[in-house]
Design a protein around this ligand. Structure first.
Ligand SMILES: Cc1cc2nc3c(=O)[nH]c(=O)nc-3n(C[C@H](O)[C@H](O)[C@H](O)COP(=O)(O)O)c2cc1C
Length: 305
């Protein structure tokens, strides 16, 4: 029998397999654990946390599109205090690495959140979501300006001792520039991609379908863009990458690994059917068995020319 080693490394952290939940699609673990044994996953990334509790954007907040969904949930979350008091004690019982996704509207917000999370060793790392608007800087998303990506990373790095993951926005001209800024700022890991900005019109009402007008596109529709961006970033940075965007199957995940990702995250697929998360792990293992590959590291970056 061929021994298959699915383990992978994200900086100093070893994951038993490369499949992680994508932030915002699996709540805080408890919700997902009703459907699957979450300890079988490589790691869990929880919903984006902000300084204050927030009830999210106007309804409707989800619209279906060809091979994808548009969402404008808008970071509905219990705030950092609610998270630490109510969600973290439950998360701490699970035997798997947990990443906490954080969002802010200023550099101070990100630093505040990172400082608050720093004392908790039950959290393996923070994922810094730079896709939100910089209110003090005129409302453009942090992730569209490489000097802001650098500054946010550097300031968070100073106060947070665990793994710092920078989650990049795909709504940019040059993703490599953003990834290099994160690497220079001291990020341990890069994750990409967040959702692509989109919109849908209800032609009967002659109005935008989402209450927030625009939303983030996710699901299989964005996979080719995501694979391309992972490939470009992997060619230019040394730190490990978590790849995501439209992964529905083991072969989708393997595309990301071959493009240079060390791990993958699964979002929309888990909302469609949480069992897919575990099926993707099994399918990666089957692919390796069929191709007589014993170590996941033999796949990572194989398509890079
Ligand atoms: C409903 C929903 C909520 C999301 N919330 C967050 C979030 O809070 N923070 C974040 O960084 N990304 C968030 N995302 C983006 C996902 O983590 C992921 O980057 C994106 O959906 C692409 O992966 P997928 O196609 O597998 O869903 C959200 C996506 C969806 C669909």
């Amino acid at each position: 029998m061929l021994e298959i080693d699915l383990s992978t490394k994200l900086a100093s952290l070893e994951l038993k397999n490369p499949v992680i939940t994508a932030s915002g699609t699996c709540g805080f673990g408890e919700e997902l654990n009703e459907y699957i044994d979450i300890e079988k996953l490589g790691a869990l990334t929880v919903k984006g946390i902000t300084v204050k509790a927030w009830s999210g954007n106007k309804q409707p907040r989800i619209a279906e599109t060809p091979s994808g969904i548009l969402n404008s949930i808008g970071l509905e979350n219990p705030g950092i205090t609610g998270f630490i008091d109510e969600k973290l004690p439950v998360l701490a019982n699970y035997r798997l690495p947990v990443f906490v996704n954080i969002s802010g509207h200023s550099i101070d917000d990100f630093v505040f959140l990172a400082e608050k999370l720093a004392p908790y060793p039950e959290i393996s790392g923070i994922e810094v979501n730079v896709s939100c608007p910089n209110i003090e800087g005129g409302g453009m998303a942090f992730g569209t300006d490489s000097s802001l990506v650098y500054q946010v990373t550097r300031e968070v790095r100073k106060v947070y001792p665990g793994i710092v993951i920078l989650k990049l926005s795909p709504n940019v001209t040059d993703i490599v520039e953003m990834a290099q800024a994160a690497e220079e700022g001291g990020a341990d890991v890069i994750s990409l991609i967040n959702t692509l900005l989109g919109m849908k019109i209800d032609i009967k009402r002659r109005k935008p379908e989402l209450g927030n007008i625009f939303g983030g596109l996710s699901g299989p529709a964005i996979k080719p863009v995501a694979v391309r961006m992972v490939y470009q970033v992997a060619s230019k940075v040394k730190i490990p990458i978590i790849g995501m965007g439209g992964i529905m199957s083991g072969s989708d995940a393997i595309e990301f690994l071959m493009a240079g990702a060390s791990a993958v995250a699964v979002g929309t697929a888990a909302m469609v059917n949480p069992v897919l998360l575990l099926k993707i792990i099994d399918e990666i293992r089957d692919f390796m068995k069929d191709n007589k590959i014993t170590k996941l590291s033999e796949i990572i970056g194989q398509a890079l020319l």
